[in-house]
Design a protein around this ligand. Structure first.
Ligand SMILES: [Zn+2]
Length: 337
């Protein structure tokens, strides 16, 4: 028998439910199972097109889930493997290249949900004042002890609204909040005026998964380009740049802190959502070329990773250690004098 999801998310559309983006109360049921075939009711808001669990988990339920179960449930490991670290490091360097034109050396960069700390470390080694928070103890400890990265074991709402950061990173995290609107509003308060928020998350509008594999207990909200843009406006940001195209499996959006939150509803958004959900069945999903070719490349890169991961991680850890020693040197010289 398949194990149940951590909480009962079966349909609870009793008129009390409100859409996190537009406050609407009319929903269409779009799925009844998660990607593993376990019960998980998923709905689309008929006003704005935002897709979410029918019953949203509470803060307490999520805290418990992320502190203990999530990393193992999701990745099958408590501490990261060499392959995971190697892949995360590569991704951190990609992010640094992508976002470098929008920040200056010495800027304060902060990641919410920093995982094993590779993004934070990539920015720190490039001369930024970089830090972050990660709620999962196993990965946060790896970031601290192995990468010597400034990653604390804390939650977003533990952070004081100090308006001091130049860039906040939110990489595959927004889909995990029970209220993305509340979360983005808090991030707004962490950024200096004109500061930037970079968001990356799965793109529901892209053929990243067939419908039966789309939904996951941990992904409470599922975004399209339209719903993420509207959410940004609603929380007092404007969209500076979309790096991703319509068909990319991930949305990559750079937002700028503006002043006034605006409730703007794209009247085509609901249709876009429903079209995306109806786009592929199991057969058409697997035979399309833009699935097959990236899949082959991905499998080839996994094979190469397997061979090189150990060496990549060893070099990375050496680099982190020598960077930390170098940073500590002036203090020692000073003391000796
Ligand atoms: Zn809505």
């Amino acid at each position: 028998m398949k194990p149940a999801n951590p909480i009962d998310t079966s349909l609870a559309l009793d008129g009390e439910k409100r859409c996190d983006l537009c406050d609407g109360s009319s929903f269409e049921l779009v799925a009844r199972l998660d990607r593993r075939g376990r019960p998980l009711d998923t709905v689309a808001c008929t006003t704005c097109g935002l897709v979410a669990h029918a019953a949203i988990p509470s803060d307490e339920q999520l805290d418990r889930y992320y502190a203990d179960e999530y990393r193992q449930d999701y990745h099958g490991e408590f501490a990261p493997s060499d392959r995971r670290v190697s892949r995360a490091w590569k991704n951190g360097r990609r992010l640094l290249r992508q976002l470098s034109p929008y920040v200056d050396r010495g800027d304060r960069v902060f990641e919410i949900g920093a995982g094993i700390g590779c993004n934070v470390k990539a920015f720190e080694l490039a001369g930024f004042d970089a830090g972050g928070i990660e709620p999962g103890v196993g990965f946060q400890q790896y970031a601290r002890k192995c990468l010597l990265a400034h990653v604390d074991n804390a939650r977003l709402f533990d952070l004081r609204p100090t308006a001091e950061h130049d860039l906040v990173l939110l990489i595959h995290v927004i889909e995990h909040f029970n209220s993305p609107r509340k979360a983005l509003a808090h991030m707004h308060s962490l950024l200096r005026p004109g500061g930037r928020l970079y968001v990356e998350c799965p793109n529901l509008a892209a053929p990243f998964a067939r419908r039966s594999r789309m939904f996951h207990f941990a992904h409470i909200h599922n975004f399209t380009p339209a719903t993420l843009s509207m959410m940004a406006l609603r929380c007092g940001f404007h969209v500076e740049r979309q790096f991703s195209t319509r068909d990319d499996p991930n949305l990559q959006m750079l937002l700028v802190r503006a002043d006034e939150p605006r409730r703007v509803i794209d009247s085509t958004s609901y249709d876009q959502t429903m079209l995306a959900l109806r786009r592929y069945n199991n057969f058409t999903y697997h035979v399309r070329w833009n699935y097959v070719w990236p899949r082959i490349r991905k499998l080839a890169s996994y094979a190469a990773e397997h061979l090189t991961a150990k060496r990549t991680v060893r070099r990375l850890l050496e680099r982190c250690r020598s960077h930390a020693e170098l940073a500590a040197t002036p203090a020692r010289i000073h003391r000796a004098a």
